[in-house]
Design a binder for this molecule. Structure first.
Ligand SMILES: Nc1ncnc2c1ncn2[C@@H]1O[C@H](COP(=O)(O)OP(=O)(O)OP(=O)(O)O)[C@@H](O)[C@H]1O
Length: 391
């Protein structure tokens, strides 16, 4: 059986070209998210639907109703898109979804990130592949230019949608595109920037490999906590690798998709040897002579409550069937009802932040705190070392 590939198509030139090029060699299914943010969005989705119907390509339109999202709307829309398309792919049994990014997107991103003083990771650009939402995402035309893709479309009489916001200088991306054109006389082109980004990416991946080795040697994982050998951290790990290790550990323990604030990590790294508890990025960090322990912070998950069957924080919790059961944090109240918690050998703080199964106010089970009752809890992202490797 041939692998089916999902293609995320906005109707813009890059994703239209991605769709048609991939469709020449693969069985494809297309998907468009109607964010409902612009009045034309529904028409654009319908345009993609008609195009696909004409070529016998299955296509689905997904709707986002999170407009009231707080914070950066574009960012929220992008994350929602990933999650909606991810769910669609899983439902369709599609393991790979292609995105239409080009090397022009790469170069624009590079320029924009300079303003944020990005380091190696930020400047090495978008990855060709990454996993998220249980799906492998690919950017097959990341080394191609937008002009090449457009010329392919024109040669084949394929039209695309020009998003009017692509000309709106309110957006940093549009400013970056114009700045890039202005750099041409210096010989700086998207192609040159993309080539430099590739060098940075190689360096980044070598560091990622080295980090994996450090983790194998000096980090233990216990019930969702990470324990770093404090003596090795002090004597064998240089400052940049210390920073990378802490950032990765905080991301894994918090389950967050984004990195902790650089300034906060820096502060921690300058005073980490002071033996006191602190919180950072929704995690609790405890330091003693022999280890640095990173635990989920109970307060950060205090209000999180989901029906059994759904992912809670970063845990998959499974157990016997039951009506109206929910997963929420164990907390102090729950822990009092776990007579055997000390026998688990896990610190109180770790257990306080662990998942528990509740029937209303009644505690049914606390799999990490010695009250399993047939329930188990597993980290949905998998082991720390494996997650690092797959990023
Ligand atoms: N509304 C959407 N529905 C489905 N996929 C989308 C949508 N918006 C973006 N994408 C996917 O994400 C990629 C990058 O998004 P971006 O916003 O940079 O592109 P775009 O401006 O929509 O234009 P293009 O389709 O030309 O890439 C797109 O190429 C496409 O694969």
């Amino acid at each position: 059986m041939r692998t089916r590939i999902g293609v995320a198509v906005s109707g813009g030139s890059d994703s239209m070209a991605t769709l048609t090029l991939l469709a020449q060699f693969h069985e494809v299914e297309a998907v468009t998210v109607d964010h409902g943010l612009r009045p034309e969005a529904a028409d654009e989705a319908a345009f993609v639907a008609r195009f696909c119907a004409g070529r016998g390509i299955p296509h689905r339109i997904l709707h986002w109703d999170g407009h009231a999202a707080e914070g950066n709307l574009m960012d929220a829309a992008r994350r929602a898109r990933l999650s909606l398309i991810g769910a669609w792919a899983r439902e369709r049994g599609i393991g790979i979804v292609a995105l239409g990014h080009t090397r022009d997107d790469q170069a624009e991103t590079f320029l924009m990130r300079l303003s944020r003083e990005a380091g190696l990771e930020g400047l090495s650009g978008m990855r060709r592949r990454f996993t998220a939402e249980g799906v492998l995402w690919a950017r097959p035309f990341l080394t191609q230019s937008r002009a090449e893709l457009r010329s392919y479309l024109s040669r084949h009489d394929i039209v695309w949608i020009e998003d009017p916001s692509n000309e709106n200088e309110r957006f940093d991306r549009v400013k970056a595109r114009k700045a890039l054109a202005a750099l041409r006389p210096l010989g700086i082109t998207a192609e040159k920037i993309a080539a430099s980004m590739h060098h940075l990416e190689m360096a980044e991946s070598a560091l990622g490999f080295a980090l994996g080795r450090l983790v194998g040697a000096h980090v233990r994982e216990v019930a969702g906590d990470l324990l770093i050998d404090a003596q090795a951290f002090l004597r064998e790990i240089d400052p940049e690798m210390q920073r990378r290790l802490i950032v990765a550990a905080l991301r894994w323990v918090s389950g967050a998709d984004y990195a902790p604030r650089a300034t906060k990590v820096e502060t921690f790294l300058t005073n980490w040897r002071e033996k006191r508890d602190r919180t950072l990025h929704g995690c609790r960090i405890t330091v003693n002579e022999s280890e640095i322990r990173i635990t989920r912070e109970a307060r950060a998950v205090r209000d999180l409550r989901v029906p059994v069957g759904e992912n809670w924080d970063r845990w998959d919790v499974v157990g016997p069937e039951g009506e109206g059961l929910e997963i929420a944090v164990l907390g102090a109240e729950g822990l009092r009802q776990c007579p055997d918690w000390r026998e688990t050998g896990l610190p109180r703080a770790s257990l306080l932040a662990s998942p528990a199964i509740w029937a209303g106010e009644r505690l049914v089970a606390a799999p990490l705190a010695g009250l399993a009752e047939g329930w188990t809890a597993r980290i949905s992202r998998g082991a720390f070392a494996a997650w690092l490797f797959g990023r």
